[in-house]
Design a protein around this ligand. Structure first.
Ligand code: UD1
Ligand code: MG
Length: 463
C-alpha cells in the first residue's frame, strides 16, 4: 500500500488564450506541470496526471521528460473526458488508483508550479492534510471553515458562500492528502447541485473531514499561487526567479544584474560563478567553479567546466565545455559540441557535433560541423567544414598541431594528418598526409597598369 499523487491538469485554461494547454506553459523554461512533478518526493507509488484538453501535447511532453530521466516516479495518465469539475477529475481516477494499490492520495494542481519540494514532501507524508493560505482579498478561492481546534470543518466555494463565509480570508490552496478508502467513498456520493453545476472535489474533502480529522496547514501564498493568465505566469516567473537567485547567491554566485538574469530550476552553479546582465540559462545546465558568463548569453542543456569564460552574446546548447575554455564574443556552440580544456572559440564561430581537443583554437569566423580537431591545432579565420553534400553529412578529421590557414574550405569527408599545414585559401577535397603542406591556389597574376586603364574606361562610360 502506498501514497499516490494525483495531478489535475485537464482544464482548458481559457484565460491563457493559447493553443498550448495551460500546464505546458513555462516558468523559467520548464513547463508548470514539470515543476509540479519534479517537486514530488521519492518513494511514491506513482503519479496519475488527469488530462483532457491538449492531451496529445501533454502525453508527448510526459514521454520526453520520462526519457530524459526527469520524473521522480512512474507517471500514468487518465483522460477525464469533458471536465465536469475537480471532483469528477478524481472520480475518473478511481480505477487507476485502485490498480496502483493506493492507500493514500496526495492531490495537486498542474497549474500551481511553485509549491516547494519540502511542502509537497510534508503533504505526501501526512495522514490527512489540506494546504491553505491567508489572503487579504480572498477573491474567488474556496473558503476554509475550521473547527475551534483548527481541524477542517468544511470548504465553501466563493460562488456558493454566504456573506459571512466570504469574509473568511483563509482559502483553499487546492492541495490535499487523504486516505484513499475514505476519499473514494466520498467521491461516490458527490452531487453537482451547486452554483457552477460541477462535481466539487471540495465537497468530497469536506465529507472526509466529517469522518476523520483533517489538518489545515497555512502556507506562504507564493507556494500555492496558480497560473490562470499571462499575468499570473509573469508573476510566477518573477517569484521563481527571485527564489532561485536567492539560493545561488547564498551558494556564492554573483549576479551583476539580477532583474535581467533568468536561471531555470535545473541549473546548477558552483561558487564564484559570475553572471553578467541579461544571461538566460534553461534546461539542464551545470557550471563549474569560477565560470564567467558574458552579457546576453543564452545557455541550455550544457555542462561548462571550472573557469570557463564565455564572453558576451553567445548561444550554447547541448554542448560540453572543458575547464578554462574561452568562448565568444558572438559564438554559437550547437548540439554535440565538445570543447576540451583550454580550447578557444572566438567571434562568429559556429560549431556543431564538433570535438575540439585540448588547446585547439578557432578564433574568428568559422563553421566547424561534424568534425574532430586535434590537440594544439589552429583553425584560421574564415575556415569552413563543408559537411553537407545536399543529401548526407560527412566528417572532417583534423589531427594534432595542424595549421589550417585562413579561408580554407574542407570538403568532407577529409582526413588531415598530424602536423600538416594547409595554405590560406585552399579548398581541400582529399586527405592530407601528416606533416604535408596542402595548397590549392591558382597562381597570382599581376597586370602592370591595368587598374588605371580600367578606371579611365569606367570614367568615359559614365561621363
Ligand atoms: C479549486 C477549488 C477551490 C480552491 C482553488 C485553488 C474546487 C471545487 N475548488 O477552484 O476551493 O480555492 O481550486 O486554486 O475544487 N481541473 C480538472 N478537471 C476539472 C476541473 C478542473 O482537471 O473538471 C483542474 C484544472 O485544470 C486546474 C485544477 O483542476 O488545474 C483546479 O481547477 P479550477 O477550475 O482552477 O478550480 P477553481 O475553481 O480554481
Ligand atoms: Mg483555479
Amino acid at each position: 500500500m502506498s501514497t499516490v499523487a494525483v495531478i489535475l491538469a485537464a482544464g482548458l485554461g481559457t484565460r491563457m488564450k493559447s493553443r498550448l494547454p495551460k500546464v505546458l506553459h513555462p516558468i523559467l523554461g520548464d513547463p508548470s506541470l514539470l515543476w509540479v512533478l519534479r517537486a514530488l518526493p521519492p518513494g511514491l507509488g506513482g503519479a496519475v496526471v488527469v488530462v483532457h484538453y491538449g492531451k496529445e501535447l501533454v502525453l508527448e511532453a510526459l514521454a520526453a521528460w520520462e526519457s530524459a530521466g526527469l520524473l521522480p516516479c512512474p507517471v500514468t495518465t487518465v483522460d477525464q473526458g469533458e471536465p465536469l469539475g475537480t471532483g469528477h477529475a478524481l472520480q475518473v481516477c478511481i480505477p487507476e488508483l485502485d490498480r496502483l494499490g493506493a492507500s493514500r492520495v496526495a492531490i495537486l494542481c498542474g497549474d500551481v508550479p511553485l509549491t516547494s519540494s519540502a511542502t509537497v514532501a510534508r503533504l505526501c507524508a501526512a495522514e490527512a492534510l489540506l494546504l491553505a493560505m491567508d489572503l487579504p482579498s480572498p477573491g474567488s478561492y474556496g473558503r476554509v471553515i475550521q473547527h475551534p481546534d483548527g481541524r477542517l470543518a468544511g470548504l465553501v466555494e466563493a460562488k456558493d458562500a454566504t456573506p459571512a463565509q466570504l469574509a473568511v480570508n483563509r482559502v483553499n490552496g487546492g492541495a490535499y492528502a487523504l486516505p484513499w478508502p475514505a476519499l473514494r467513498k466520498a467521491l461516490q456520493g458527490l452531487k453537482n447541485d451547486n452554483a457552477q453545476k460541477e462535481y466539487y472535489l471540495t465537497d468530497a474533502v469536506a465529507a472526509v473531514a466529517q469522518e476523520i480529522p483533517v489538518t489545515v496547514e497555512v502556507c506562504d501564498p507564493e507556494e500555492l499561487a496558480g497560473m490562470n493568465s499571462r499575468h499570473d505566469q509573469a508573476a510566477l516567473q518573477l517569484a521563481a526567479q527571485r527564489r532561485i537567485q536567492r539560493h545561488w547567491m547564498t551558494e556564492g554566485v554573483t549576479f551583476l544584474h539580477p532583474d535581467s538574469t533568468l536561471i531555470g530550476p535545473r541549473v546548477e552553479l558552483q561558487c564564484d560563478v559570475l553572471l553578467e546582465p541579461g544571461v538566460r540559462m534553461e534546461g539542464s545546465v551545470r557550471l563549474g567553479e569560477g565560470c564567467r558568463i558574458g552579457q546576453g548569453t543564452v545557455i541550455s542543456d550544457a555542462v561548462l567546466g571550472p573557469g570557463v569564460e564565455v564572453r558576451p552574446y553567445c548561444v550554447i546548447e547541448r554542448a560540453l565545455v572543458g575547464p578554462g575554455a574561452k568562448v565568444g564574443p558572438f559564438a554559437r556552440l550547437r548540439e554535440g559540441t565538445e570543447l576540451a580544456e583550454g580550447v578557444h572559440i572566438g567571434n562568429f564561430v559556429e560549431t556543431k557535433k564538433a570535438r575540439l581537443h585540448r588547446g585547439a583554437k578557432a578564433n574568428h569566423l568559422a563553421y566547424l560541423g561534424d568534425t574532430e580537431i586535434g590537440e594544439g591545432t589552429n583553425v584560421g579565420a574564415g575556415v569552413i567544414t563543408c559537411n553537407y553534400d545536399g543529401v548526407n553529412k560527412h566528417r572532417t578529421l583534423i589531427g594534432r598541431n595542424v595549421f589550417v590557414a585562413s579561408d580554407t574550405q574542407l570538403v568532407a569527408p577529409a582526413v588531415i594528418g598530424d602536423g600538416a599545414i594547409i595554405g590560406a585559401g585552399t579548398t581541400i577535397t582529399g586527405d592530407v598526409p601528416a606533416d604535408a603542406l596542402a595548397l590549392s591556389r591558382a597562381p597570382q597574376v599581376n597586370l602592370d597598369g591595368s587598374a588605371s586603364r580600367i578606371r579611365s574606361r569606367q570614367k568615359k562610360a559614365t561621363s
